[in-house]
Design a protein around this ligand. Structure first.
Ligand SMILES: Nc1ncnc2c1ncn2[C@@H]1O[C@H](COP(=O)(O)OP(=O)(O)OP(=O)(O)O)[C@@H](O)[C@H]1O
Ligand SMILES: [Mg+2]
Length: 278
């Protein structure tokens, strides 16, 4: 099977993108898959979440600008079969620098080519920053699938129409016609609140089967784990958060390893042309 690249994205901040990227990556690695976690967010939360220090010059920044290769940026973690391309604050400059460079939407896709050709990984998870800026668009242009964490809150669906629009644009203008919505995962679910349940049913109505059955509960253990530099399955194996991410990992694998992916059940609007194709 060729390596699958999954962008974990939502332009809203604090919805559980990094928690999902780190923990899915760790669970899939524990399920014998070779996983690369690509931290594309200058906040570098995924990097610290797997216990790595932020190190100057360690991020993808220079490689994205054509200086050196991405393969050299891959570092091992303390967890078997889980490797990382770390981030650090210099990635902040990438949005501006990349905007000025040629082929600026395909920098991540281009830099990832040798990594994919090396066949070292089964899955690459790209942790995106909370915006639809150039780094995120680059992740979309490089990805096979988009995984969207949605927080169980009133404004959950806000911004999702924007994601749909962007996906339609990437299809329409040929930047990435193969991008699929791999799925939507509800995060910070609290079954005791009526609002949470209402949000979930609204999201299910909108996205149908693309919503993963597994919902990630709100859990203090999940919030604590990053400060110990450990994914939840290593921080507290028997917590509800660990169980949820293990189940989600199984669902993700089932979708990834299906021979032909299901078409997204999302109404995708007609393509508009405000994203340049270069
Ligand atoms: N299921 C959960 N239960 C409790 N806390 C959670 C859960 N998921 C994430 N958190 C906490 O919520 C905060 C935001 O989560 P996270 O960093 O994963 O979101 P994000 O979407 O990556 O944020 P950003 O947009 O800043 O990159 C973090 O402090 C995290 O530990
Ligand atoms: Mg994050």
């Amino acid at each position: 099977m060729p390596t699958k690249v999954i962008a974990v994205a939502n332009q809203k901040g604090g919805v559980g993108k990094t928690t999902t990227a780190v923990n899915l990556a760790a669970c899939l690695a524990a399920m014998d898959r070779r996983v690369l976690l690509f931290d594309l967010d200058p906040q570098a939360n995924a990097t610290s979440g797997v216990g790595l220090e932020k190190t100057e010059g360690a991020s993808a920044y220079r490689a994205l600008l054509g200086d050196g290769g991405l393969l050299e940026k891959i570092q091992p973690t303390a967890f078997e079969r889980l490797e990382i391309i770390p981030s650090e604050v210099d990635l902040c400059g990438a949005d501006i620098e990349l905007a000025r460079s040629e082929n600026y939407l395909h920098r991540v896709a281009g830099a990832l080519q040798p990594v994919l050709q090396s066949q070292r990984f089964d899955v690459v998870f790209v942790d995106c920053p909370p915006s639809l800026g150039i780094l995120t668009l680059n992740a979309f242009a490089a990805a096979d699938g988009l995984l969207v964490p949605l927080q169980c809150e009133y404004y959950a669906l806000e911004g999702i129409s924007m994601l749909n629009r962007i996906m339609a644009q990437l299809h329409g203008n040929g930047v990435n016609p193969r991008l699929e919505l791999l799925g939507v995962v509800m995060t910070m679910f609290d079954s005791r609140t009526k609002l949470c349940q209402q949000v979930v049913s609204e999201v299910r109505e909108h996205f149908g089967e693309r919503v993963f059955e597994t919902m990630i509960p709100r859990s203090t253990r999940l919030a604590e784990a990053p400060s110990f530099g450990k994914p939840i399955i290593y921080y507290d194996k028997y917590s509800s958060g660990a169980a949820a991410y293990e189940l989600l990992a199984q669902e993700v694998l089932a979708r990834l390893e299906k021979p032909s992916p299901q078409p997204a059940e999302v109404a995708i609007p007609a393509p508009v042309s405000d994203i340049p194709t270069t």
